[in-house]
Design a protein around this ligand. Structure first.
Ligand code: DGY
Length: 322
């Protein structure tokens, strides 16, 4: 038994909580629907040995200084832009994330968004439900084809690769740009490398973002990037909202510089319902559901918990952030 308290910042899968309770003397779970506010988080973290956090919690110097007993923080997410890694390192706090369990699920969603926006699935389903289904019209509800189109993948990590594999099944031509070439992904998916983002944007009919949010990728899709895209092209974002300059996106959609966008991530989250992007018929927005299947969310929670248990027992963490 680990003699200490762990604070879990949201109710996660029961199996993960059972594992924690079997190993920790005390397990404190935030049972509310909304995440704890920063001051509440600091209060609950004080005196804990470990934290299991979501991407909604900012883990920074202020938190770690208010909770000096914390030795390990495990994120229930692959992305960890909510962590100040330097602040944790300086305080000897170990960090982990949940890679290799959500890539396929997130790639499924990226393809679903691509197809939904190409064929206007949500817009037309709403029209049918709301009595706007008129007689069959040879010019009605026209979308664009996914098959035969060029998909531009930005960031060829595991999710980018999984998207490329799926796109091949839809007979798409797959191009990608990344900091380095990925020979294995090229062989496996038939994707071909494009050295610059600008070149990729000029060619692609669909652009799908799969980069982490860092100082280098913040607002990667800015005014110049949208200007480089084809007017018939669609942006798909299942990475982080901060990778896209939303004002530039709104402007590009309104002016018809791009065809539209399908976003699973925004800034902020939740995006307020009065946000102008919600009024654009060619913008489809889902509430950050990339990894939201029962199986995947269970795997993520269990992995985070295994990281915490391993670290507190002085063992190697399965997915420590270096
Ligand atoms: C992640 O793991 O970073 C995802 O955004 C969570 O769905």
């Amino acid at each position: 038994m680990i003699d200490g308290r762990v604070f879990v910042t949201r109710r996660v899968d029961d199996e993960a909580l059972r594992l924690l309770k079997a190993d920790f003397v005390e397990v404190d779970v935030w049972e509310h629907e909304r995440p704890p506010a920063p001051d509440e988080l600091r209060r609950r973290a004080a005196g804990c040995l470990a934290l299991v956090t979501m991407l909604t919690e900012r883990v920074d110097a202020a938190l770690l200084d208010a909770a000096r007993s914390v030795r390990v923080v495990a994120n229930v997410a692959t992305g960890y832009d909510n962590f100040d890694v330097e602040a944790a390192r300086a305080r000897g706090v170990r960090l982990s994330n949940t890679p290799n369990v959500l890539e396929e699920t997130t790639a499924d969603l990226a393809l679903a968004l691509l197809l939904a926006s190409a064929r206007r699935i949500v817009e037309t389903a709403e029209a049918a439900r709301n009595g706007r289904w008129g007689p069959w019209d040879p010019r009605g509800w026209l979308g664009v084809d996914a098959h035969g189109a060029t998909l531009g993948i930005v960031g060829m990590g595991k999710i980018g690769g999984a998207v490329a594999r799926r796109a091949r099944g839809f007979d798409m031509r797959v191009r990608y740009t990344s900091r380095q070439r990925h020979g294995d992904a090229e062989r496996e998916t038939g994707a071909s490398f494009v050295p610059t983002l600008e070149e990729l944007l000029r060619e692609a009919d669909f652009v799908s973002l799969h980069v982490p949010l860092t100082v280098d990728t913040r607002n990667l899709m800015d005014k110049a990037a949208f200007a480089a895209m084809k007017p018939s092209a669609t942006l798909i974002n299942t990475s982080r909202g901060g990778v896209v300059d939303q004002d530039a996106l709104l402007d590009a959609v309104r002016r018809g510089h791009i065809r539209g966008a399908a976003l699973d991530v925004t800034t902020p989250e939740p995006l307020p319902p009065e946000h102008p992007l919600f009024r654009e018929p060619r913008v489809l927005i889902t509430p950050h559901i990339g990894s939201a299947t029962e199986t995947t969310r269970r795997r993520m929670a269990v992995m985070a918990v295994r990281n915490v248990i391993a670290a507190c027992a002085g063992r190697h963490m399965p997915s420590e952030i270096a």
